[in-house]
Design a protein around this ligand. Structure first.
Ligand code: SF4
Length: 184
């Protein structure tokens, strides 16, 4: 086999780069909403339990923009998925999802997208709704995850979307799912 052909075969067979897409605040909890007298549940800095295994497995991290921070800054009042059901907010979420997709090339393998449970934007299994005039947690996904799912579908990507949560059960479940993908 000539050297040029041998090199081409090696390149074709070399493993693809693996990446995940993350909700912004998994890397930067400072964007979690805070308001006078309160704030969304958060930890400090980045969520180490999630970031550490990604670094250990050499997986690239695509951090999406935080739509709430970009449009409304922080502090900002607590809002529900219904409060954010506006053309402006949904268009921002679509833009962010499109930009995340633009970073996925044929040479990269998207192994998962990670949202953030409870959020009106990034919740995967659990979001916040307005029910009988009050904010309440509710099953369902947030606007950004909905937009991301749509963009992934259009690009033919069927990677799982996992909800990271600071509640012990949610964190353990997210870690189990992530670790099995990282080993795969
Ligand atoms: S909108 Fe998403 S990224 Fe921004 S703080 Fe909320 S959960 Fe995190």
């Amino acid at each position: 086999m000539c050297d040029v052909f041998h090199h081409a075969v090696q390149s074709a067979e070399s493993p693809r780069d693996r990446v995940v897409i993350l909700a912004h605040c998994i890397m930067n909890q400072a964007t979690r909403a805070r308001w006078e007298g309160g704030g969304a549940t958060r930890t400090k800095g980045a969520i180490e339990e999630i970031v550490t295994p990604l670094l250990e497995h050499g997986v690239g991290i695509i951090q999406m923009e935080c739509p709430e921070q970009t449009l409304y800054g922080n502090p900002r009042p607590p809002k529900s998925r219904d409060d954010y059901d506006t053309p402006e907010f949904k268009e921002k979420c679509r833009e962010i999802a499109v930009r995340a997709m633009q970073t996925i090339e044929k040479s990269t393998e998207l192994i998962a997208a990670l949202g953030f449970e409870g959020s009106p934007s990034c919740g995967v299994e659990r979001t916040t709704r307005t029910i009988k005039g009050s904010h309440a947690e509710s099953p369902g996904e947030g606007h950004l995850i909905e937009a991301l799912r749509q963009e992934m579908r259009e690009k033919g990507l069927d990677a799982p979307i996992i909800g990271v949560g600071l509640r012990e059960g949610e964190m353990n479940l997210a870690l189990r799912k992530l670790e099995s993908l990282l080993r795969g």
